[in-house]
Design a protein around this ligand. Structure first.
Ligand code: ZN
Length: 283
């Protein structure tokens, strides 16, 4: 089995201080939590940024830049920026594509439209094609977020059509309302569909974060933890990102699987070392 890539999803776009005081909102808080997570063992960061006034997600370029520069002063993880915008607020396509201009290693690619909790999450075919095309042009790898098996199928069709580059990296999202349930059966079925040469990781929502993560650990997949998907360490006890990463590091080591460093994660994902603009700026 390969070393384990732990992705930490630092903040997402929806959870606010009233939900947990531990959710990072300001650029400084997001960067501080991200740096602690990398030092704890996360090799890949999935990043959204927030409007400090409303606390809700934003695609504001300057906030993204501030967060990235603070993080990259201290640590050098694989950077994946979100293109999801704010579910329920249907941002125009151009705004959602802003992260591609910031030189990340990866951006998220939500592989279809769906009901997401009480909102509509719109990812129509023309947006998916535009995002895939821009990612190819800018040499940014896609994090293929699939909320059910139909989305896996969509990605496979786009890979076969040459719209999405190989090797693909899938992020299987289990347990959101409107998507596939967080069960071992869902995970096995979706993982079995993936093309040869793929890497994959799992997101379990809420208390399923730990359970799905352990299944993926044993199956040879990779794992995403973090407050975007789950705010509790255990029932009644709020978590920090760092704590959630540390727990996964400990579990993986106990099960005999070593943790990938950022450079090892780049290699496992087929990313060229230090490929992007931010990297070259930093050197
Ligand atoms: Zn996200």
């Amino acid at each position: 089995m390969s070393k384990l890539i732990i992705t930490c999803a630092i903040t997402g776009s929806r959870i606010q201080k009233k939900d947990t005081p531990l959710i990072p909102i300001s650029p400084e808080e997001i960067a501080e939590s991200a740096i602690a997570s990398v030092k704890a063992g996360a090799s890949l960061l999935h990043i959204h940024v927030r409007d400090p006034k409303t606390e809700i997600g934003t695609q504001d370029r300057s906030i993204y830049e501030r967060v990235l520069s603070l993080i990259q002063e201290e640590v050098d993880p694989v950077i994946c920026l979100s293109t999801s915008g704010v579910p329920g607020k249907n941002l125009d396509h151009e705004k959602r594509l802003i992260p591609l201009e910031l030189g990340p290693d990866m951006v998220s690619f939500d592989a279809g439209s769906m009901n997401l909790g009480d909102s509509l999450f719109l990812n129509p075919p023309d947006f998916l094609e535009l995002l895939a095309k821009k990612a190819k042009e800018t040499h940014v790898k896609l994090e293929l977020e699939c909320f059910h098996s139909g989305m896996v199928h969509t990605c496979i069709q786009m890979i076969e059509a040459g719209l999405i580059e190989r090797p693909p990296h899938f992020q299987l999202v289990l347990g959101v309302r409107g998507g596939a349930p967080a069960t071992l059966n869902s995970l096995i079925n979706m993982a079995a569909m993936l093309p040869q040469g793929s890497t994959w990781s799992v997101i379990g929502i809420g208390s399923a974060q730990l359970q799905m993560g352990i299944h993926a650990l044993l199956m040879g997949g990779h794992v995403r933890v973090g407050l975007e998907d789950n705010i509790y360490y255990r029932k009644g006890q709020l978590a920090t990102n760092e704590q959630l990463v540390k727990r996964m590091v400990n579990l993986s080591r106990e099960l005999g699987r070593d943790i990938a460093t950022p450079d090892e994660a780049r290699e496992l994902l087929g990313l060229p070392p230090r490929m992007n603009a931010l990297d070259s700026k930093r050197r």
